[in-house]
Design a protein around this ligand. Sequence first.
Ligand code: SAH
Length: 362
Amino acid sequence: MTETSDGKINLLAFDRKAMEDYFRSIGEKPFRAVQLLQWIHQRGVTDFAQMTNLSKALRARLEELCEVRPPQIVLDQRSADGTRKWLLQVDEQNRIETVFIPEEGRGTLCVSSQVGCALECSFCSTAQQGFNRNLGVAEIIGQLWVAVRELGDAARITNVVMMGMGEPLLNFNNVVSAMELMMDDFAYCLSKRRVTLSTSGVVPALDRLGEVTDVSLAVSLHAPDDALRDELVPINKKYPIKELLAACKRYVGSDNRRKVTMEYVMLDGVNDTPAHARALVKLLSTVPSKVNLIPFNPFPNSRYRCSSRETITRFSEILQAAGLITTTRKTRGEDIDAACGQLVGRVNDRSRRHIRLQAQSA
Ligand code: SAH
C-alpha cells in the first residue's frame, strides 16, 4: 500500500489505538499518541521539529522513522454556489475526488473510500470508471486533513459523509479506522450523528459495522422491489431488499440508538411513479428511517434523465402523507461536476470495465 514511502511510516494512517501500539512498539510511552494526533489533525503540523511538547530526542527519532504525508492536491475547483471540489493524487496512476458543500449553519465534506468502484450501479458515473484499489486510512482521513487546511477553519466542516467514490463497506477496516479519527476528541471531534456512511447494501459488512461503531447510516435503496433494484443496484442480486432492510433494523437497534436514511435517486419514468411511492411506504413501514430523494445528476453517456420537479414533489408528498420524514437533496456543484454520482477522479481501471462500456456504446 501507499502508507509508506522511502520506508517511512505515514502517521496519518494511525487511529488512536494504532498510534498507541506504534509508540509502544518503539519503546515510547503510549500517551505520546494523543499528542501526535493533536499535532497532526488539530494543528495540521507535518514537521516533527515543530512538535514542541516532545523531547528533542523523540522528535529526531520520529523524523528518522516516520512522516506525515497527506494526499497532494492536483486541482481545486470552486462552484458558483460555493461548493468546492479537490482532485487528489493518491499515487502515480490514481486520483480521487473530495467535495465540500457549504450550507446555512453547516458544512459537509463528501469523502471517497476507494479508487473507482467495483459495483456497477447503472446510474452512477463512478461505476463507469471501473475499480482499482481500496484507499488506505491515510488517504481517507487525508481528505479531511486537506479540506480543513484548505478551508482555513476546521469549524466549517460540521459533517462528513462517506458518499464519494467507492463502496465504503468493501473497504471496511480502513473506513472504520478513518471514521474513528473523525470522531476522536484528539482529532476531529465529530459526533456519531455527524459522520455518515453510505452503502449500496453489503449486508454482512453492515452487521459488522453495527458491532464496531455507531455512525449514522445511509442506504442506497433507489427501488421498492427486487426486480427494479437488481437492475439499478446489481449487488441487490446478492443481498435482496428483505435481507437489506432486516440488517438496517438491526443497525438501528431496538432502542433506536442509530440513524438510518434511505436514499432514493429520482429517475424519470423508471422508479418515480405514485405506485413506486406507495410501494416504498409499505416497504419502510417496519424500518425506522427517513427518506432522502436525490434528483438524478446526468453525466456523459448516462442512459437516464432526472424526474421532473412536479414528479419529485408528488412522490415526496405521498411519502410524507404516510408519515415518512422525507427530504429532497439540493443538487450542488453541478457546474464543476461535483454532484452525487458525478465523481470520477482518474482511475487506473483494473476491472477493464471502461473498455467494455466503450465497446458497447461504439
Ligand atoms: N457506494 C456508496 C456511496 C457512494 S454514492 C453507496 O452506494 O451508497 C452516494 C449516493 O449518490 C448514493 O446513494 C448513490 O446511489 C447516489 N448516486 C450515484 N450516482 C448518482 C447520480 N448520477 N445522481 C444522483 N445520485 C447518484
